[in-house]
Each structure stands twice: as C-alpha cells, then as structure tokens.
Design a protein around this ligand. Structure first.
Ligand SMILES: [Zn+2]
Length: 104
C-alpha cells in the first residue's frame, strides 16, 4: 500500500478475515486446489475494481480518483506480489510481462 492510513489498515484486517473465512471454507468443502481458490478470489477483486472504476468514470466522485486501468492494475499487481512474497527480480516475471512475439 502506498501510504500508512488507519482506514486502509482497518480494511486490510477486515478483508483478510473475510477472505480467510471464504478460503478455508472452499478448500475444506470442495475439490478446488488452493491456487484455484485463490484465483477465484483474485477474479472477484478484479470485478470489484471494474465496478468501482466504472462508477467513477460514469458518475465522478468527490474522492477525486480517476481510474487508469493499466496503471491501477499494476498497483494491485505490485501489492499482490509483495504480500505473496514473490521476488520481482524473478526471471519468470520477465516472461510474464514480455510482449507477445510480433508486438512492440
Ligand atoms: Zn470516489
């Protein structure tokens, strides 16, 4: 997270509790692997982002946030990597971020 804010800390703890509960329930009661469960949770976060961004694009907001899809996703990706303990110097990251052949 970019800044220490009590509201952000509170939200992190609350979201962590909610996600832990959903994760534990689905892993205990289904055949989903941990990664499949986490993938679905990441998809849900993406959908939440899309809805919030769309609301701000259509209606504006007093908070002043102007969604910028790619940059916003990079911020989210950075936080995911940081909290997953993934080293961003990893060579695999170069493969993930590399442009497909034939594209600039
Ligand atoms: Zn807003």
């Amino acid at each position: 997270m970019s800044k220490a804010d009590p509201a952000q800390d509170w939200l992190l703890k609350r979201a962590q509790l909610a996600l832990n509960g959903s994760y534990a329930e689905v892993v205990s009661n289904t055949s989903l692997t941990p990664l499949e469960a986490l993938e679905a949770m990441a998809a849900a976060l993406g959908m939440l982002y899309r809805d919030a961004a769309e609301q701000h694009r259509q209606n504006g907001c007093v908070c002043g946030w102007a969604p910028n899809g790619l940059l916003d996703v990079l911020v989210l990706q950075r936080e995911l990597m940081r909290h997953c303990g993934v080293d961003d110097d990893d060579e695999l990251l170069d493969l993930v971020l590399a442009a497909p052949m034939g594209h600039g």
